[in-house]
Design a protein around this ligand. Structure first.
Ligand SMILES: *Cc1c(COP(=O)(O)O)cnc(C)c1O
Length: 229
């Protein structure tokens, strides 16, 4: 049951916060609803879950009309520039910005709608595992470039950690992202804020919270194994 799963996750979030001397209010749960039908998503509303994460533009286009602003839609997957126009007025944050080029195109579409899009910069910390994300070394220079765009607002960093058996194996990934976060924060770049750290999934969110996550993206622990057929 979704309700029991969410209660269990919330309990684990609280525990991880206690353990690391953080306030539970500093961590937000994003329910990752990719592949889930709208019927599976509907109960989230009554359970007080506002934020949902999707990794495909098409799924947001399909589901948005059903719920509209009852959810805050987070785009957490790779975004192609030709599809920005379909989601620019629907999503409340894009977690997966990994180039100046993409940010520039988001900026253009945001300008058309006279809005400022909150974005996170995706950093590829564990380089062997994901082909998306900016390399750690390039982070600051790309962020400085993107900062010049008035209709996007950098609010933090995101990473996807590798799949590991033991979540402790990902602790260094989360710690490294937090280090970059602090580093950039200390540089106080105009139009760049560092308050969101989007890291941690079903398998490793407690470790991510202990290392400073503010947004955890959780699918399987809420809905069970995804059915991709
Ligand atoms: C699917 C996905 C998640 C959720 O993964 P679970 O292991 O099911 O919790 C989180 N983040 C991103 C970017 C994803 O694509």
């Amino acid at each position: 049951m979704i309700q029991e799963n969410i209660l269990e996750i919330q309990g684990k979030i609280e525990k991880a916060c206690k353990k690391s001397d953080r306030l539970t209010s500093e961590v937000r749960l994003i329910a990752v609803t990719k592949t889930q039908p709208t019927e599976a998503m509907a109960p989230l509303i009554a359970l007080g879950i506002k934020a949902v994460g999707e990794n495909k533009v098409q799924e947001i286009r399909d589901k948005y009309p059903v719920f509209q602003d009852a959810f805050h839609w987070h785009l957490i997957g790779h975004l192609q520039t030709n599809k920005i126009k379909y989601i620019i007025d629907k999503v409340s944050m894009i977690h997966s910005v990994d180039s100046y080029h993409l940010a520039e195109k988001i900026n253009q579409e945001a300008l058309k709608h006279q809005l400022v899009m909150p974005i996170l910069i995706q950093v590829n910390i564990a380089e062997e595992d994901s082909k998306f994300g900016i390399a750690r070394e390039a982070c600051e220079s790309v962020i400085r470039e993107i900062a010049s765009l008035p209709n996007v607002h950098i609010q933090g960093l995101m990473t996807i950690a590798p799949f590991v058996e033991n979540p402790e194996e990902n602790r260094w990934v989360f710690r490294t992202l937090k280090e970059i976060f602090i580093d950039i924060k200390n540089k106080t770049i105009d139009n760049v804020d560092m308050y969101e750290l989007s890291m941690g999934m079903t398998n490793d969110f407690e470790v991510a919270i202990e290392e400073g996550a503010t947004l955890v993206r959780i699918g399987t622990a809420i809905f069970g194994q995804r059915n991709y057929t």
